[in-house]
Design a protein around this ligand. Sequence first.
Ligand code: GAP
Length: 434
Amino acid sequence: MAKSSPSLMDKLVSLSKRRGFVFQSSEIYGGLNSCYDYGPLGVELKKNIKELWWTAMVYERDDIEGLDASILMHPRVWEASGHVEGFTDPLVDCKSCKQRFRADQVDTEGVCPNCGGELTEPRMFNLMFKTFMGPVEDEAHVVYLRPETAQGIYVNFHNVREAARQKIPFGIAQIGKAFRNEITPGNFIFRTREFEQMEMQFFVKPGTDEEWFEYWKARRFDWYQRLGVRKENLRFHEHAPDELAHYAKRAFDIQYKFPFGWQEIEGIHNRTDFDLKRHQEYSGKDLRYFDQESGEKYIPYVVETSTGVERLLLTTMVDAYSEEEQRVVLRFKPQVAPIKAAVFPLVKRDGMPEIARNIVNGLRKRFRVFYDESGSVGRRYRRQDEIGTPFCFTVDSQTLEDGTVTVRDRDTMAQQRIASDQVLPFLLDKLQLD
Ligand code: GAP
């Protein structure tokens, strides 16, 4: 029987492992379902994605402040937020093959899509991971691993506002781990039980929320250009009333066209005053804002933007992947690429390795760069293409005469010569943010 060719996802999974982007967690023990570890290249890619987000959301603005709240929070937070009661998915089990499904993802009502057996009635399953604080494992000591980072921002609304002397409208941004006991994780790192969110909560005067919602929708969609994701692979999806999360008045997803279909990569939500109002009620603390200009006191509305680091890592890999006759290339935008430059001596003699190492030393305080002297230059180029390194610099015999090196462009494969002391300015120019 003819073997079917591997799918794009299979190829990415294999490349991720072989080149050190993503490994399965606890692999030597057979792996832990839906948990992943990020290798030398994966960790760089994640770091670059986070930096691009943080730059756009915090550094480039006067009206957004950063925060890093703890993962474990007071259990009342999750009662107030509605997660204890409402953060549930309907779960069904197959009575024959025992497989589990999310009821809303099964098209064949009452019938197992795996074996055709009978499904149980749906029961609601809470997605929060529970653990215990301290040595006593009873209900009084239950704490949750946060299922979203947003609540850490709401409970710090006044702390941040006062410390940073911000006035409404302003926002708080945070990058941090979140955990969800998903019933059906899958599609590699697309849906996992442990992941990292990049969330921003923008506090506005009630009545101006719809305008700000449109503003953030547009800003966030545009940001994907920075990430180098092709526009034709992005679209908005508005949530129908039955899709809206318990806190949202209106919500749009930014979706990406994955090999397994259009799927959410970011959510933009109008959360109204739901969260702050509930925290005011449950904590007994006044969470209103006093508007000095109008003399009014009100609970601000919140426009939230929320995306996941690993999901964007997958997005950038899918979007960048291309196969050509002679090579596989990850066409990452240079700002996103895990390694910014590789430096090669053409041969391992005549002082070329020393010159190449000097160039590397002049770059490594700024970027992740790679020195490689093994194999033919052609093979060295291919190895860098496959991990998306945008520029390769080669020291050759002409370098010994006139001090120039070749720069080879990953995408066009064109080569040019530049002075070896121009390598740093060349890269700084290419890596500037647009
Ligand atoms: N605070 C709002 C919130 O959490 P969400 O739509 O549930 O909203 C926001 O999640 C983003 O977090 C998603 O667009 C996705 O990028 C990421 N995300 C959510 N669940 C995830 C999971 N199980 N695995 C990986 N990423 C996830």
